[in-house]
Design a protein around this ligand. Sequence first.
Ligand SMILES: Nc1ncnc2c1ncn2[C@@H]1O[C@H](COP(=O)(O)OP(=O)(O)O)[C@@H](O)[C@H]1O
Ligand SMILES: [Mg+2]
Length: 241
Amino acid sequence: MTNSVAPLDLPEPFVITLGNLKGGVGKTTSAFFLASYFAQIHRLRVLVIDADPLSQTGYSWHRRLIKGDIAVPFELIAFPSRHVGDCITDNAKSFDVIIVDAGGESAEIFKAAIPLSDELILLTSVSPSEVKRVPSTYRAAEEAAAGSDRQIRVRVLMTKVPVTMKKGVNVSTEYRTQRGNLEDAGYEVFASYLSGWKWYREAADGEVGDGAENPIEDLGEYRQVGDELVSPYRIAVEVSA
Ligand SMILES: Nc1ncnc2c1ncn2[C@@H]1O[C@H](COP(=O)(O)OP(=O)(O)O)[C@@H](O)[C@H]1O
Ligand SMILES: [Mg+2]
């Protein structure tokens, strides 16, 4: 028998901030699916902090799931404040993983989460206007991290990616161009990405129980993204012959 889920050596707690100072890039969607990933695959206690001051997407989505009698495998706190750091600190003992959905509007809230984070995931679609926001968001994070002695790892995750497969390779020009631009600029870009799938939108929009039984149980491509996210933290398992 093999256990495909290798043990992890994560910081306690493992704090991930999802950002891009722009709306609509998939922050809330990614927060929910990655929260589900950690809860389902690694059986960890997960908190999502919805720190978006303008949108209640996360809060409403979570409420809808719970009301629809879904066993939501993570907790959510709405805390759209520049004191979001306090919320992280106050919950650090009760959760293994804390995912901060920093919203897209407030650089102040975003920057407040950074000094307490282990990982920053910068999300962007292939749209040039969103890709253009990556460097400014990165600089904001750099400023915020300046005073902290903690190491933060920054990676870019591409969302809503158009897919044209040829011989197992995505040859979409927009995708390849923007990935190339990001890599040339020196960003570490996740090899895995989220396709532009209507299914992700339905997971968030769908009325629970009305066709979408448990919209976050099926992790879709987030299974792979999650595995890649934790790969630097995997404990090497000795294989003896
Ligand atoms: N990979 C994807 N493919 C298609 N639609 C997506 C994808 N990710 C998110 N969406 C949809 O795009 C919209 C914005 O996503 P959301 O996660 O709310 O972004 P943000 O939190 O950054 O504003 C939502 O309608 C969401 O369902
Ligand atoms: Mg959002």
